[in-house]
Each structure stands twice: as structure tokens, then as C-alpha cells.
Design a protein around this ligand. Sequence first.
Ligand SMILES: [Zn+2]
Length: 388
Amino acid sequence: MGVLKNLTEEYFGDKVREEDVIFSYDIDEKCPPKYELEPDAEAFLRGLAEHRLFLDKSLSFQINDLQRHTRLMLSGKWIDRFEFPPTDQLKEEIEELDKLIKSLEDRLSQAKKENRNLEEMLSVCKGQRKELEKALCSTEARPYLGMYYYDDDECVITLFVDVIESITAGLDEMKLLMGQVLLHEYFHSFYHHVGVGTRDLLRCVEEPMAEYGSLMVLDSVASSNSTIASTAKEALDYAKKFVEEKQSCIGRIAAYGFGAYLYEFHKNDYQSLIAKYANASLLLDKQSNSALEYKYLLYPKYPAPWNEDITYKKLKALLNVDGVCLSRKDTNAGKRTFQIEHTVTTTSYYFVEAGSNEEAESLYREGKAEMEWKDKDEDLEITKRDDD
Ligand SMILES: [Zn+2]
């Protein structure tokens, strides 16, 4: 099914469906979990699924909404195909890092005066390269706790209940972690369905944004008058620690830990940060120097505290993709029509005639472009992906 579309309108525009979607889940018949969901745990997950996190006037996150197209399955299966760090990926990243180091050295040699930022970035990259080399010799298996998967037919979130059970102490703790993993996976579904664009997502942005989103929902439920508020507070405390611990992991897991930093230091920015990322997730340019610099500040090891703010600034810059020229077609008299995509709050498309990309973008900023909505569904290439 064509899943890449902006559902905002469907949720809140004229076409709002009145009936509530009730939280539901299937059991993996081939590999059912050892334990059934306890009534207490089920009530907690149901409460989380009902909670709506408002992001801006036209966008909000709610698991029940997302269940319209993303089914939940509880499984006992262990998928530990994941070894951190996977050797092939590491080798590719060492090559990628070598190119980045080379480009930083070139930029430094061309710089007319001393450039502290470039120098620091270069030294971070050299350090990270050493870490990657070291990581080639170590294996650290880490099973999936949950997964978001989609193909042309369906979108499914799987919670690996037995794995969650194995790493938690007792049913109470298991319930808390299940809540966080459930939210994390539904944030993948949310980002996937809100965004338009044709690029693959950038994992090192997507994962911390999924962690950040999950912490924000728990925080929001904890301070609400919901019947599960006190459990949500416990889950929040548990999840903060759980996410933060990933900061010291080797491999891309370290990037997840950045979600704890975002929550701790940029909690008040969540509405714009999450909405921006939701709209821009498929527009980010993976190969740009700024994306790579951001990535290697987080990866393979979480940055030293002095790097966090630099990384945050780079993240904000990456997300600042509003008013991007998507395509153009030639028209008569040397003028061309530009299609501009605006992605800050909702996604909308503008058309403007101009002589160049820059002129089109500046006309757009002056409010001289004509707005035109467009259903992007058919143009988009759907690629399979799974996110843990
Ligand atoms: Zn994930």
C-alpha cells in the first residue's frame, strides 16, 4: 500500500474519522511469548496508546491513531542477528570516515586563518576512527526488543516480549520497559507516515528521535491526570536510565543515547523538534558533510559532554530543510516553474516561476509563490526497512 503520505489532513482535516480506534494486538502464532500480557501491563499499554502528544496545531502523536495502519504483534521470538558492531557496516563506515577526514583536512588547508571548529571536528573524527578499528575486534550481541517493519502490504510493530522479560527484573519492570519500547517503535511508524520524500532515513537521527519521542510521551502522561500517570512516572525514570546507558555502547546503539540528552536538555523544544523531524525525515541528505559530521560525533561512541551542544546544533541545522526546491520544469521565455516543498508544520507545495533555484527560494520566502497541495503518494518509491 502507498504508505508514504501526510496523514495530518486525514486525522484533523475534514476527513476526520469520528470513531475511536481501540488499542489492539495480535499474538505471534508461530512463536507466542512465554507469558501472556498481565492485566496490569495491558492497562498501562492501553493508557499509553490513548494518550495524544500535541506537536502543533495540525500534528499529534497517538498510538491508537497509528494503529489504523500499523498493527502490533507480541512475539516470543529472539532475533539476535544483530551483532554490535556488524563487521561489514564497520568497514563501510571506516571508509566513509576516511573520506570525511580527508575533506576536513582539505578544508583546513584551504582555510585562510585558524579554524578551531574544523580542527576539533578533525580530532573527533580521528578518535572515532580508532574506536571503529577497535570495534572490529570485539563482538557484542544485542537482541532486538522491538521492531518496526513494513512492505507493500502491511506495517507491523513486533514487541519481543521474551527478550524484554529476560533483561528486566520481574513483571513490574517488564511492564515499564514494554511501554517505552512500544512508544519507540510507534515513533518509527509516525515518522514514516508523516514524512514525504524519497531518501532513506538517517538512522543516527531517526533512533535518538524515536527515543526522545518515547520519553516525551511518558513525561506527558506522567504529568497528566491519567489513571496510569504514576506508572508512567516510574516508566519514565526507568527509560531515562535505560536510554542514557546506551551512550557508552560501541556501535550505532550509542546514537540512541542522544535521545536521553535531547530529553534532558531540550525537553521544552519537543513540539518543534519532533514535528520538524517528522516532516523532514525522508528529505535529509545522508551524504552531506554536515550529516556525516553529526553522525560521527555520535558514533561509534557517544560524544564527550563538551560535544553534545555542537551535535545538537548540527542536528537543528540538518532539520532546517524547509523551503527546499524539489524539482523544476522548463516553461517558455526562459522562466522555469519550481516546485517548493515546505516542511515545517505540515507539508505543502508551492509553485513559482523563476530563473534559478535561489531566485525561486527567495520568491517563496517573500510569499510570492503560489500554494498548491499535492498528493505525493504515487511518485514515491517504497523501500523496505526495519528499525529496532
Ligand atoms: Zn528504533
